[in-house]
Design a protein. Sequence first.
Length: 160
Amino acid sequence: MVNKHIHELLENAENKLFFAEKELTRPFEDSVTFAVCHSSNSAIREYLVSMILYNYSLQYPEDDVIQDIFKKIENQNIEFLIKFASRLDQRIADLEISHIACSGLPKEFQADMYCIEVASVNKCAGTARELADIVNNYIYNTHQPKSNDDLRLLLGNFHN
């Protein structure tokens, strides 16, 4: 069973991605690329956090533990999240993220950066959709945790 916080993250990510994709269907001159950029970025981040939390919850299902991990990883940059999520599923490491110009920035600085080219934000939305498919597949088909040792060490060994 998926923890309620993870479920909410997945739902929020899907809503943001849906918004971005819907915005991209508008005529070129009417598209709000700023909104697509930030919605796609948020969706990517939330999908990655969901996957990491889900894997952790398989080993440590207590709600307070999930909240502790969430607080420690929610503001990490996309590159950090991809690094850990790719250990859970190699397909994430294979995603093309070079077009995500803000991937190395901490979450609090990403709001200040955005792409305005339709082609750029279209690629980000596409990456978010690919990631959604990978993460949903992982969450709904994985029932045994992969090692959480690296994450636990990085975030502070607060659970044995």
